[in-house]
Design a binder for this molecule. Sequence first.
Ligand code: NAD
Length: 423
Amino acid sequence: MTATVTPATAEQSVLDDAREQLAQAVEVLGLGAEVHAMLVEPRREVSVSIPLRRDDGSVEVLRGYRVQHNYSRGPGKGGVRFDARVDLDEVRALAMWMTWKCALLDVPYGGAKGGVRVDPRNYSKGELERITRRYTSEIAPLIGPEHDIPAPDVGTDEQTMAWMMDTYSVGRGHTVLGVVTGKPIAVGGSLGRAASTSRGVVAIALEALRHLEIPVVGARAAVQGFGKVGRGAARFLADAGVRVVAVSDVYGGLYDAAGLDIAALEEHVDATGSIVGFPGAEAIEGEQVLTAEVDLLVPAAVEGVIHAGNAEDVRATVIVEGANGPVTAEADRLLAARDVLVVPDILANAGGVVVSYFEWVQANQAYWWSEDEVNERLVERMTRAWRDVLHYAAERRLSLRLAATCMAVERVYRAHEVRGLYP
Ligand code: NAD
C-alpha cells in the first residue's frame, strides 16, 4: 500500500502557528511582552538518543523528545507520538497546545508532549517495545505522577503505555500506576478512556450543529483519519444519526452519499489494517475527504492538512478539530472570511485529557468508577466548556479559537501571577 501525503506548503511552521495564537491572545488580554516571553518558551525540554537493536541484530539510533511547556497549574500532561515527521518544533507546538487545553478544561495540569522520530509501521512489536522502554528510561528523570504524565498519541496505544508504566515502575522498585494514562484496564486504566477523545469530539460536534441549526439526524459528515480519534468519532456520529459520507486514512479515502456503514468498516479495518478496499463504497483520494460536500468536517489525523492551498475548497459549514493543529493559521483566516465555523482543537479534542485526568485521579486513589460515571462526567465537562467558549467569543466578538486560547492563557497567567516569580 502507498501512503497519500499532504503536499508541503510554504506556510509558517506548526510552532509558528501556535506562537501566533499565543501572541494574539496576549494582545487581546492586554498582558504585555513580559508575559508573552514567559509563555512562549517551553519551561523544560529534553532530546534523547534511543539506540535500538533491531530483530536482525543491527543497531539503529533513533531520536526522541519530551517537552514540558508549562507546569504552573500542575504536572505536565501530554501524549507521546511515534511518527516519522516528529521533530523538536512539532513537539514544542503540541506541548504548548496541551497547556491551553488543560487550562481551558480546568484540569489541574500543565502542558507537555513527547515524540520519537520513527515510523512504527516499519518495526516489529518487539522492536517497538524496546524503543518504548529505552525512550522511557531516558526521559524517566522528567516524568512521574507529580511531574509529567504521558499518554497515547499518533502511533502509540495502550500497549505502549503499559510498557512505559512497567519500565518506569521497575526503575522505582514499585508499581507506579499514575505515571501514564491511557493504560489497559488490567493495569489501572479507566473505563471509557479509549473512546474518550472521540466521544468528546462528537459531543462538541453535535453542539456545534445544533448551534448552527443544522438537524443532527441526516447531517452529512466527513472524517479524516481512522485511528484512535477518527474511528470512534465516525462511530459516535453514525450512532447519533449523522450520515458519515466520507472517511480517509493514510492509505486512501472512501465515499458513499448514503452514509458509510461504520460498523462494517470497522470490521474491515480490524481485518486488513486500512479502510482501503472496503466493499460497497467508492474509493477516492484521501485528500478529497477534506473538500467533500458535507455539513461537518472532522480532521482527525495530523496537523496542517487544511492549508492555504485547499481552504477555499472546503465545503463544510463547521470544522471540528479532532486532530491537534489540522488547520493552519493562514487557512483559519480564509475559512473565517467564508464564515466556516472552526471549533478549535484545544476545546474539541480535550475529551482525552479530561478522562486521562479521571484515570490519574482513580489510579492515585486506587478506586475505579463505572463507565457510565466516566462518560457522564466527560460529556458534562465538554458541553460546559463549549458553552463557556461560545459565550466568551460572542461577548468579545472573537473566533472560537481566539476565545478558547484567551480563556486558557488567562488561567495560566493567573497561576503565574499568584505564585510569583522565583527567586
Ligand atoms: P492514530 O495514530 O491512532 O491515528 C491516526 C490516523 O490518521 C490513522 O488512521 C492514519 O492512517 C491517519 N493519517 C495519518 N496521516 C494521514 C493523512 N495525511 N491523511 C489521512 N489520514 C492520515 O492517532 P490518534 O491518536 O487518532 O491521533 C489523531 C490526532 O488526534 C492527532 O493530531 C493527535 O495529536 C490528536 N489527539 C489524539 C488524542 C488521543 O487521545 N489519541 C487526544 C487528543 C488529540
